[in-house]
Design a protein around this ligand. Structure first.
Ligand SMILES: O=C(O)[C@H](O)COP(=O)(O)O
Length: 239
């Protein structure tokens, strides 16, 4: 039966600075690089040899995947990049400090923006420093100016259905190196997490999440490979 590993990128510079990042292309810190390599060692220890790695177009995810494959001795695994695996777009919060934003708007409001299912942050103003409209990575695409987890799932799911699910259904093992919220979207989809329960799902940086799937791509088992840095997982969905 197919196996899937979800790997959130290692600590980024803006994770360290506690800033809303979204689509801004910040790199890994040295700690983030070490997390990525450690993730690769754990993947090798688990005997996991993906047939393909999917990742986003953002450096922190791409480098995490590459470092993990390298340290797992799996440099030859083919890599497929797509912006639909990007982090959720943080709209007008992009670049702001999370703690300062909580002081200004209240911790409850910031939690709603960060963890609610369908409340997006305010939109990004066009033409500013973080407007990605002219970025060649998104040429010809209609891109958002903010995203909730719901609208993130709305662009992750068609990609999952068209490109990732068929590989798993064909019996291939798949690694996805991506982001906290694009991976929360995939967890919501696979585990059928109710809208009001996804608030409790956190995915740690650089800790591979192994999910065993049945032929219908229903999870039959799931575990973080670094048990010391694990977070609670949703219940396995009923058949
Ligand atoms: O984009 C970001 O700021 C983080 O990578 C994820 O942010 P979150 O923990 O606020 O969802």
């Amino acid at each position: 039966m197919p196996r899937l590993i979800l790997l959130r990128h290692g600590q980024s510079q803006w994770n360290l600075e506690n800033r809303f990042t979204g689509w801004v292309d910040v790199d890994l810190t040295a700690e983030g690089e070490a997390q990525a390599r450690r993730g690769g060692e754990l993947i090798a220890e688990a005997g996991f040899r993906p047939d393909v790695m999917f990742t986003s177009v953002l450096t922190r995810a791409k480098r995490t995947g590459a470092l993990a494959l390298d340290s797992a001795g799996l440099k030859d695994v083919p890599v497929v990049e797509d912006w639909r695996l990007n982090e959720r777009h943080y709209g007008g919060l992009t670049g702001l400090n999370k703690a300062e934003t909580a002081e200004k708007h209240g911790a409850d409001q910031v939690k709603i923006w960060r963890r609610s299912y369908d409340v997006p942050p305010p939109p990004l103003a066009a033409g500013g420093e973080y407007d990605f409209a002219a970025d060649p990575r998104y040429a010809g695409q209609t891109i958002p100016d903010t995203e909730s987890l719901k609208t993130t799932l709305d662009r992750v799911q068609p990609y999952w259905d068209a490109e990732i699910a068929p590989r798993l259904k064909a019996g291939e093992d798949v690694l996805i190196a991506a982001h906290g919220n694009s991976l929360r979207a995939i967890v919501k989809l696979l585990f059928r997490v109710p809208d009001d329960a996804i608030v409790g799902v956190e995915i740690p940086t650089g800790n591979p999440l192994e999910i065993d799937l049945d032929g219908e791509l229903r999870p039959t088992a799931a575990r973080y490979l670094d048990a010391d840095r694990a977070q609670p997982l949703p219940a396995l969905p009923e058949a």
